[in-house]
Design a protein around this ligand. Structure first.
Ligand SMILES: *Cc1c(COP(=O)(O)O)cnc(C)c1O
Length: 362
């Protein structure tokens, strides 16, 4: 049966590679000769062990992680990490620095504050509606970590380069750009990503943590909220989200074997985003909202001349097989999410549609 697939620009859950969906479909009733679906096998079976170990190994290879790093699969989404990070790493008077670059960073700050932890918001781009990434930030030398959001899914900004924290480990929310490009992993104490944007389906959060960070976890943290619980048991302390982890593994396999790694992925992502930004910059009908040096390559936010036109634009696009172009409800406007699984062809089709829409309404 040939499915009727459209171009999917959703912000998350988002497009998955078609080859991955087909592989799931093909193996769904009989996984790896087990006579059972991957949704029916024990998380303690050799079959599932192979899946999770493969996902860990692929993550390490793709990101070039050395043996100090643990790759973990947790539930509760990226939002749970906002709470777990201060809970696990800030005890007593120790404090951390946070950079506020939009909705998700603000939520991370809030979860630390709820727990009464000592944190400093050392920079914020709230003054210009989060349309840029702050530079020349003065970090506190005694901070236990610096928390940043590498890509701001809602505001459409991203860090072109990591800040210089003078050796203080960075903790980074990479939910919407993990695996979109190679990165210098040496700077991180921990990074995390809800899988449903760039590496899989909803239901699992990928967490990479450096060994020395585990020493900070106070005894008072409950078992299921402690990173060392997951690190000691290869994420199998209790039943993990097996199907979601399996799908992540297939996406990572696609990245390694079909795309050819993160350098290739980054080049393609650059090309896709450049096409769309250059098209918008060339005219004055569409206006990208992020400041040029802070533009996200993953979530491209833009406005049309008025809100009525924006509504028509989103609706007509949907009718023509271009889904998910509405901006987040908190900011309005339009947004095209160009994650790894969104092909160049989809971006070209979007630009064709935009040209026609402008001609008809400009
Ligand atoms: C989507 C998103 C989140 C929230 O993820 P959940 O898995 O729904 O908790 C957090 N941070 C960023 C940057 C996101 O894009």
């Amino acid at each position: 049966m040939k499915a009727n697939r459209i171009y999917n620009f959703n912000p998350g859950p988002a497009a998955l590679p078609l080859a991955v969906l087909e592989e799931i479909q093909e193996n769904f009733l009989d996984f790896s000769g087990s006579g059972m679906s991957v949704t029916e096998i024990s998380h303690r079976s050799k079959h599932f062990d192979d899946v999770i170990n493969d996902a860990v190994a692929r993550t390490k290879r793709l990101l070039g992680l050395d043996d100090r790093f643990h790759v973990l699969f947790l539930q509760g989404g990226a939002s749970m990490q906002f709470a777990m990070i201060p809970m696990n790493f800030l005890a007593g008077k120790s404090s951390a620095d946070y950079v506020d670059t939009g909705t998700w960073s603000s939520k991370a700050v809030k979860e630390a504050e709820i727990q009464g932890k000592a944190i400093n918001v050392v920079a914020s781009s709230a003054d210009r509606n989060y349309s840029y990434i702050p530079h020349n930030i003065k970090f506190n030398e005694d901070a236990v970590f610096v928390h940043i959001t590498s890509n701001n899914t809602i505001k459409g900004t991203g860090w072109a380069e990591l800040p210089d924290t003078k050796g203080v480990p960075i903790i980074c929310d990479m939910s919407s750009d993990i695996m979109s490009k190679p990165m210098d992993t040496q700077k991180f104490g921990l990074f995390y990503a809800g899988a449903q944007k760039n590496v899989g389906p909803a239901g699992v959060c990928l967490v990479v943590i450096r060994q020395d960070m585990l020493d900070l976890v106070p005894d008072s943290v409950p078992t299921m909220l402690r990173y060392d619980t997951y690190a000691a048991k290869n994420s199998l302390y209790n039943t993990p989200p097996c199907f979601a982890i399996y799908t992540v593994d297939l996406v990572l396999k696609w990245l390694e074997e079909t795309v050819g790694g993160l350098d290739k992925m980054a080049a393609l992502n650059q090309k896709k985003a450049a096409l769309l930004y250059e098209f918008m910059d060339a005219g004055d009908f569409y206006r990208a909202t992020a400041e040029p040096d802070s533009r996200s390559l993953m979530n491209i936010t833009f406005r049309l001349p008025d809100e009525g036109l924006e509504q028509q634009f989103v609706q007509l696009a949907q009718q023509q097989g271009l889904a998910g172009l509405k901006g987040h409800r908190s900011v309005g406007g339009c947004r095209a999410s160009l994650y790894n699984a969104v092909a160049l062809e989809a971006v070209e089709s979007l630009i064709d549609f935009m040209k026609t829409f402008e001609t008809d309404n400009g």
